[in-house]
Design a protein around this ligand. Structure first.
Ligand code: SAM
Length: 368
């Protein structure tokens, strides 16, 4: 497909895709150390002056919303809740015209305390990352003993009305791939929407292995059979036991799995393919970034915490808006640079190409 070069108006690329969904990283730092994301000692963090200030972030989001047709803003990181100005940034973005939809991806730590203020500031909803319901496993996986805080964060988000509360889970072979049914039971019992994400080659350690990745097909098969052990601590506990009554005797039988049927709702540019669970209305999603890429429908543009525009998580090029902004560029110039950056967006992420190169920045530094 060909498209008119993006010199004015929206963020269009040469394949005709229009980016309306902006992911903004508020910081590259995180208060967890998930083994599949970063090393135990953390990473060389961006220095203070490299980071965009709160005002600079709001200005760039304003340019995106007012001049470039962005309608969705998602704050991420690193861990966005550890940025001191997060509530003020949300409030300033919520005051823009036209008002974008605003969401935030978080590990959930501190969300129970912050949720009411974020809601009052204008945050619409949250995605909370949670890969296991077992406290010991959580501590090993994230190198922090904080499962209870994440569960409190989820509950706090729901109580504050940051709904639908979505959960993101990454399954890893031999680590937590037995927990898919338990995670879905938990999500259903609490009214959260669960999304499984295929693990992508974006770890700081460059240890990703295609052959070891748990695929979307495997995740769906596991959910359908209900296979998988309860976790060490006997989870799912809060979700209710994964059993169902024998229709003839009433005896409690092990759960046989979920009935998943394709969700009739329009998928649009959403990365998750969704299924109705046991006839609905509850749903579960799978983001098959690697085995079921959705690049042709991608509507995302990204801004890193140091003010670089990226057209794709896997882009090897970035475009420096911070330098332009600090050199005195006006809004027109910033918009022009942003459009130029998006015009060059590649057709696909290329993970399956023999020539694929993992981007230099890990997920935490791009903004996942
Ligand atoms: N700290 C926040 C959080 O935990 O949600 C936001 C940043 S974190 C990088 C965003 C999401 O990326 C999390 O759900 C995390 O599990 C996921 N993630 C990290 N590395 C990943 C990888 N290599 N492949 C797929 N997802 C990954």
């Amino acid at each position: 497909m060909t498209a008119a070069r993006g010199t004015d108006g929206v963020l269009v690329d040469r394949y005709g895709r229009v980016a309306r969904d902006l992911r903004v990283s508020l910081t590259d730092k995180c208060n967890l150390r998930c083994t599949y994301c970063m090393p135990a000692e953390g990473l060389p963090w961006l220095a203070g002056p490299q980071l965009l200030s709160d005002d600079e972030i709001v200005r760039l989001v304003r340019v995106a919303v007012e001049r470039l047709g962005v309608t969705e803003v998602r704050f991420t990181g690193g861990e966005p809740l550890i940025r001191p100005g997060v509530v003020g940034i949300v409030a300033a973005v919520a005051a823009l015209t036209p008002r974008p939809r605003i969401s935030l991806t978080t590990n959930g730590l501190g969300l129970d305390r912050l949720a009411p203020a974020l809601r009052a500031a204008g945050l619409d909803r949250v995605n909370v990352s949670l890969d296991t319901l077992d406290a010991g496993r959580f501590a090993r996986l994230t190198r922090r003993d904080r499962l209870a805080d994440v569960l409190a964060g989820l509950a706090g988000a729901a109580a504050a009305g940051l709904t639908p509360v979505k959960i993101n889970s990454v399954l890893m072979r031999g680590v937590n791939d037995d927990e898919a049914p338990a995670l879905l039971h938990f999500a259903l019992a609490h009214g959260y929407e669960l999304r499984f994400i295929e693990q992508m080659p974006l770890d700081a350690q460059h240890g990703w292995d295609r052959a070891a990745m748990v695929t979307a097909d495997e995740i769906l098969a596991t959910l359908r059979t209900g296979a998988g052990a309860p976790t060490e601590a006997g989870a799912p506990t809060e979700a209710g036991a994964p059993t169902e009554a024998d229709p003839h005797t009433g005896a409690s039988l092990p759960r046989t799995g979920f009935d998943l049927t394709p969700d009739p709702a329009e998928r649009g540019a959403a990365p998750a393919e969704t299924w109705l669970v046991d006839g609905g209305p509850a749903r579960v999603g799978v983001i098959g970034s690697v085995t079921r890429p959705f690049c042709g429908d991608c509507d995302r543009t990204r801004l890193t915490a140091d003010g670089q525009v990226r057209a794709c998580l896997f882009a090897t090029e970035e475009s420096d808006l911070r330098g332009a902004l600090r050199a005195g560029a006006d809004d027109d110039e910033l918009a022009r640079r942003w459009r130029a950056a998006m015009w060059g967006k590649r057709a696909g992420h290329g993970i399956d190409d023999p020539t694929f190169l993992q981007p230099a920045r890990p997920m935490s530094a791009i903004g996942g």
